[in-house]
Design a protein around this ligand. Structure first.
Ligand code: IPM
Ligand code: MN
Length: 353
């Protein structure tokens, strides 16, 4: 049976990086003998400007029937701040209840790491970011707007259910990794509402005696990620802090050109996307690095059960980075489609031992 993939290429560099991701998916399908049924959707800022539609209910219902979603990028200065991001990325994450945002941070070659003296053995972590709660999903309010007494608020709120399921998922991830080490990242000393994370983490830990646990406040976690990234293996955190620490983490593995993520709800469809934004200044110039989106496609293949295809593509990408055929991950170093060509060539040449 074909894997049904819904594609929203979105704004800015989204379409051109998604095009390369799709080429790699098709190459993997040909080589490993599975079928893809791709449906592309036009949503994004351009579509909103032309039609005033963001993500209408009918296509949203159709997208839910897919096996996976590939998202390019959303964000364009011509739309009000946050409108299209919340209407597309937010709606997909929240209304599909994709409560896990899984963000691996894995350095493949020392020359891509900005930290002195750190290499692939030091930077290999997975951040499990909660994806359906926190300030993100609360309505903002502006009382006495425009007056000297104005009060703006958007609460950081957490449910027991939401906290427990993300922490349990993170323990499961930690169990699959050699170190079996899980760090809770929060700011419970200042945001006392996060005491819920403290308590639930301690409770769920009882069910996983094999997992060694640690705790860091988010400020110290940022310091630690730079000073001693090897001290972090798997980490679990809230939505907002997860957003922030994964941009920091992306830089440790070579920058926004490579960082990928999966938005998941076990047993349901997954949404796969790069960590980077729409980078409007580079749109249409064929200079953006599509590896982040290609890496997201690799995560998708793994999720769809195409384990050999995923592992082979991962090995092919590692070879390109370690062998130096991809010289740099920075914008403009390679053309967008050139990276696609390199990955497809190397995929054809790679066999798993
Ligand atoms: C991300 C992005 C989004 C987020 C934005 C575009 C709303 O930064 O996926 O990390 O904050 O979650
Ligand atoms: Mn972000």
């Amino acid at each position: 049976m074909a894997h049904r993939i819904a594609v929203i290429a979105g704004d800015g560099i989204g379409p051109e990086v998604v095009a390369q991701g799709l080429r790699v998916l098709h190459a993997a399908a040909d080589r490993f003998g599975f079928e893809l049924e791709i449906t592309e959707y036009p949503y994004g800022t351009e579509h909103w400007l032309a039609t005033e539609e963001i993500l209408p209910d009918a296509p949203f219902a159709e997208i839910q029937q897919a096996d996976a979603i590939l998202l390019g990028a959303i964000g364009d200065p011509r739309a009000p701040v946050g409108l299209i991001e919340r209407g597309i990325i937010g709606r997909l994450r929240w209304d599909l209840d994709l409560y896990v945002n899984l963000r691996p941070i894995k350095l493949l070659d020392e020359r891509f790491c900005p930290l002195k003296g750190k290499g692939p053995a030091d930077v290999d972590m997975v951040i499990v970011r909660e994806n359906t709660e926190d300030a993100y999903v609360q309505e903002p309010s502006f009382e006495h707007q425009g007056t000297p007494e104005e009060v703006a608020s958007q609460p950081m709120s957490y449910t027991r259910k939401g906290t427990e399921r993300i922490i349990r998922y993170a323990f499961e991830v930690a169990m699959t990794r050699p170190r079996k080490h899980l760090t809770l990242i929060d700011k419970a000393n200042a945001v006392r509402a996060q005491d819920l994370y403290t308590r639930v983490f301690a409770e769920v830990a009882q069910e996983y005696p094999e997992v060694e646990t640690a705790h860091l406040y988010v400020d110290a976690a940022c310091m630690r990620m730079v000073e001693s990234p090897e001290s972090i293996d798997t980490a679990v955190t809230t939505n907002l802090f997860g957003d922030i620490v994964t941009d920091l983490g992306a830089m440790l593995q070579g920058g926004m050109g490579v960082a990928a993520s999966a938005n998941l709800h076990p047993g349901k469809l997954g949404l796969f996307e790069s960590v980077h934004g729409s980078f409007p200044q580079a749109a249409g110039k064929n200079i953006a690095n599509p590896l982040a989106t290609i890496n997201a496609c690799v995560m998708m293949l793994d999720y769809l059960g195409e384990k050999d295809a995923a592992a082979t593509a991962e090995a092919a990408i590692a070879e390109l980075l370690q062998g130096g055929r991809i010289r740099s991950l920075d914008v403009g170093e390679h053309r967008t489609d050139e990276i696609g060509d390199l990955v497809i060539d190397q995929l054809a040449a790679t066999s798993l031992a």
